[in-house]
Design a binder for this molecule. Structure first.
Ligand code: DQA
Length: 144
């Protein structure tokens, strides 16, 4: 079963972002970790990153049309993109929101997620492990 793992803006620069928030892995290393666990769980992962809101919305439309499950770190778009929220709301397969850091323990503008209300659930604050927990949660959801 295919799974789309989408990452929003600045996630491609994890190696130079604040390691106290985001850990030590580069985006490439994070992708490898996700791929290994996804394959172990029987998924065919398709991992993508974009700094462009329109491109992400296009990928969400694609996932809606192909009924593909999605694990989504919308990064800063999480906090204000109603266009991304509307695209998420159109998905037909389950979607899980993830964050490396715990946005609720950070600046006030990060306390709002405009997408939390249209996802199955959210996993935040466990670093790269957030994605691995989301993969396991997705496996369970799809087995039901
Ligand atoms: C993030 C949290 C967001 O607030 C931030 O803008 C990011 C990364 C996370 O994974 O912790 O870019 O989504």
């Amino acid at each position: 079963m295919k799974i789309l793992v989408l990452n929003g803006p600045n996630m491609d620069r994890l190696d130079i972002r604040d390691s106290k928030m985001y850990g030590e892995l580069s985006y490439g290393q994070l992708s490898e970790l996700i791929t290994t666990r996804a394959v172990e769980l029987g998924f065919e992962p398709d991992i993508r990153q974009s700094n462009d809101e329109a491109e992400i919305i296009g990928w969400l439309h694609e996932a809606s049309d192909s009924v593909t499950p999605v694990i989504f770190n919308a990064a800063a778009f999480t906090h204000y993109s109603y266009a991304i929220r509307d695209a998420v709301a159109m998905l037909k397969a389950p979607i899980i929101e993830v964050h490396l850091s715990n946005p609720m323990a950070r600046e006030e503008f990060r306390h709002t997620s405009v997408i939390s209300g249209v996802v199955v659930g959210s996993i935040s604050g466990f670093g790269p492990h957030s994605y691995l927990l989301a993969l396991e949660a997705m496996r369970n959801l799809l087995q039901k």
